[in-house]
Design a protein around this ligand. Structure first.
Ligand code: ATP
Ligand code: MG
Length: 336
């Protein structure tokens, strides 16, 4: 079976953007029975720009694990593991760091954009660790012989970087590593209720999977609507309304058509429309919330899932490491 590798940095809870952008796809991949899926909680990578907030990373490892379980990631079918507990990945990172130049990393468009966004953390000079995180990501992928990597468009340069490292490694040391392929997610970036082009943790516009019904209603009530629509019976333009945009994500086709025609005809008030949207979001999140409640009440089960997943993942990484060391002539005494 082909291996699929995905993951997230544990720097906060997962939100609706992640849900439509990647989580739903992961559940689908898992339930197709066609792949062996590994999901990594990338705590080491999270530290590259949160090195001064270890408590934040620690807390969010469990939060993100619960987010996964609550959307329907089944630990019997998918392996969830903690990156820092796989030392082979750190070892591979060191080996791969010889196969990539500093100039190449500096040119990586994803890293370039992120460095600009993180000026408050790095100032004018970025750390070695952050600049090199694509190398550690290449180690994450190749340690598991990941063949398929589902990503958003913003992540493509990281996969390309990994492919380059793999080719370089194989050309020098022999054909050991598997070159991964990106599986581009068909869903576009989910916008924020505030009209921002992206919902994001650090943008303060996220609806989290763990938000309560009340919190969601409150967020939806503050959403940006058609600014030209002042009275309830003014004709609306749903194309400039974030409430409409979100209806599209959470409504049935019939509900959505109804919203659209009523708005255009001025037969639907924005307040009622927002309340209905909040109900639909809550309808979608209800089973997720229920599973979350279960795991929050059973933290020992979450720990067990993480311990078992990590131990399973480590076995795979160990096997890769044996091959890598042999290829690199680092197998001094036979079995390392
Ligand atoms: P931050 O604001 O701290 O960058 P974030 O909310 O953007 O956090 P990340 O952890 O950076 O979340 O997201 C990781 C990945 O999740 C992204 O590379 C992207 O593929 C996906 N993702 C994040 N936000 C969205 C979104 N609004 N729509 C679709 N996918 C998203
Ligand atoms: Mg981001």
């Amino acid at each position: 079976m082909k291996r699929v590798l995905t993951g997230d940095r544990p720097t906060g809870n997962l939100h609706i953007g992640h849900y439509f952008g990647s989580l739903k796809k992961r559940v689908e991949i898992q339930n197709s029975g066609e792949y062996e899926q590994y999901i990594l909680i990338a705590d080491v990578q999270a530290l590259t720009d949160n090195f001064n907030h270890p408590e934040k990373v620690r807390k969010n490892v469990r939060e993100v694990a619960i987010d996964y379980l609550s959307v329907g990631i089944d630990p019997k079918k998918t392996t969830i593991y903690i990156q820092s507990m796989i030392p082979e990945v750190a070892e591979l990172t060191v080996f791969y760091s010889n196969l990539v130049t500093i100039a190449r990393l500096e040119r990586n468009p994803t890293v370039k954009t992120e460095i600009l966004q993180k000026k408050d953390i790095f100032g004018e000079s970025v750390t070695y660790g952050f600049l090199g995180y694509p190398v550690s990501q290449a180690a994450d992928i190749t340690a598991f012989e990941g063949e398929i990597i589902p990503v958003g468009e913003d992540q493509l340069p990281l996969i390309e970087q990994c492919r380059e490292i793999v080719r370089k490694f194989n050309s020098i040391y022999g054909n050991v590593l598997t070159e991964p392929k990106a599986l581009l997610s068909e869903k576009k970036r989910i916008k924020g209720l505030d009209g921002n082009d992206k919902m994001g943790k650090s943008l303060g516009n996220a609806i989290y999977l763990r938000d309560s019904e009340e919190a969601i209603l409150k967020k939806v009530m503050s959403a940006v609507t058609d600014p030209n629509r002042i009275r309830k019976d003014d004709l609306g333009n749903p194309d400039v309304c974030m409430v409409y945009y979100y209806h599209q994500l959470f409504d049935t086709r019939e509900e959505y058509q109804n919203v659209c025609s009523e708005c255009r005809l001025g037969k639907r008030g924005c307040v009622a429309c927002k309340k209905e949207l909040a109900q639909h979001i809550n309808r979608e999140l209800a089973p997720i919330r229920e599973r979350r409640k279960y795991y929050e009440e059973h933290p020992e089960e979450v720990d067990k899932i993480l311990i078992e997943g990590t131990s399973r993942a480590r076995e795979v990484a160990r096997e890769t490491m044996v091959k890598v060391k042999k290829a690199m002539q680092l197998d001094y005494f036979g079995k390392e």
